[in-house]
Design a protein. Structure first.
Ligand SMILES: *Cc1c(COP(=O)(O)O)cnc(C)c1O
Length: 367
């Protein structure tokens, strides 16, 4: 047995196996079957939305959401520079252009001031990302969207259950998109969902994810759709996970509290934000490794790996990736966070002893 502490491991609670077995025994193992509707309505209800449209992954959720909102050729979509690449790629999938903006240094989230500056005649939408589980500044963003008649897509792939002034993220914009990849707050193996309150839009997204086949005329496809369906077996796993989502969130918040108390006061280490009125779900417990720490983020990650502690660097900012290369001067905060950010082990099952080991190791390496 290795003592290695991985950066992430999914937690399975029990009913996943029971429901998946039931789905298999029923022979409804493809994309029809009772678990799809149960999971869709259960998750939508958890977020506080009327409808959920389950899809095969979080990227597909974003893609279908953009197409459902009629984002297409020549349109500009504002995207934070610091995010996972899928947020930007889906804009390209629609033949539209992502316009990157910087994030706020102390919350790590998309900067409303930068959004307003980036708006042009071509701007159609904003994709807000709630990075690492902390909500973005939704009031300011919704005000800007209203003023300029823009759609708001919440990429809440990392923020299941995070709250902005009592409201769950994903329920505030026009649509909320979630991922159920193996390392997300809850998982279906691979999977995603779009939640919204507009039943017409939900129907349109349902149509798009299923080859855009006409409701009344089989094999008549008035436009180009996708096969982005989730399977009944995935939804069965998802339902078992959903029954424990509050536990998962509670665990993450407890883990963050322990980390915060044990890492406090180490020179050069910045702890993750939680702004007043917001609930951070700490999907990945993350720190910044500043100059005063005495070694770089990458050096610290390497040392921890040698001591059997898994970590992950922050995402590389979009403006530094070959498909999106841009002048870095516009993104000083994103560049700094991309350089200094480190995700520490964040599994819901992490023990206090493991957290202590991580923190004492970091403290021991400090200058
Ligand atoms: C995980 C993630 C996605 C994509 O989800 P997949 O299910 O892996 O396709 C999109 N955006 C963000 C911010 C993510 O973290």
């Amino acid at each position: 047995m290795s003592d290695f502490i991985p950066v992430y491991e999914p937690t399975l609670y029990g009913n996943e196996l029971k429901y998946a077995t039931d789905a298999i025994k029923s022979t409804w193992i493809s994309s029809l079957g009772k678990y799809i509707a149960l999971f869709e309505s259960g998750f939508a209800q958890f977020i506080g939305c009327k409808t959920g449209v389950a899809v095969c992954n979080g990227t597909a959720a974003l893609h279908v959401a953009l197409r459902g909102l009629d984002i297409g050729k020549g349109d500009e979509v504002i995207v934070p520079d610091l995010t996972f690449v899928a947020t930007a790629n889906v804009v390209k999938y629609c033949n539209a252009d992502p316009v990157f903006v910087d994030v706020v240094k102390d919350t790590w989230q998309i900067d409303p001031v930068a959004i307003e500056k980036a708006i042009t005649k071509k701007t159609k939408a904003i994709i807000v990302v709630h990075l690492y589980g902390h909500p973005a500044e939704m009031d300011a963003i919704m005000d800007i969207a209203k003023k300029h008649n823009l759609k708001v897509i919440e990429d809440a792939a990392e923020a299941h259950g995070a709250e902005y002034h009592g409201q769950k993220v994903g329920s505030i914009g026009d649509v909320g998109c979630f991922s159920f990849y193996g390392n997300k707050m809850i998982t279906t193996g691979e999977g995603g969902i779009i939640v919204c309150n507009d039943s017409k839009l939900a129907e349109r997204m349902r149509f798009l994810k299923d080859h855009a086949m006409d409701h009344d005329k089989r094999y008549y496809h008035p436009e180009i759709g996708f096969n982005y369906r989730m399977t009944n077996v995935q939804a069965a796993i998802g339902l078992g996970q959903l029954e424990h989502i509050e536990d998962a969130i509670d665990h993450k918040r407890k883990i963050a509290k322990l980390y915060n108390s044990m890492l406090e006061g180490i020179k050069g280490i910045t702890l993750p934000p939680e702004k007043d009125g917001m609930k951070n779900t700490y999907w990945m417990y993350s720190i910044l490794v500043g100059k005063e720490f005495g070694m770089t983020r990458d050096e610290l990650g390497k040392k921890l790996q040698e001591m059997e502690i898994g970590t992950r660097p922050f995402f590389i900012p979009m403006h530094l990736l070959p498909p999106y290369k841009d002048d870095g001067k516009k993104f000083p905060n994103s560049a700094l966070l991309g350089e200094q950010g480190l995700n520490l082990p964040s599994s819901a099952e992490l023990t206090e002893k493991e957290i202590r080991k991580v923190c004492e190791t970091i403290r021991g390496l400090a200058q």
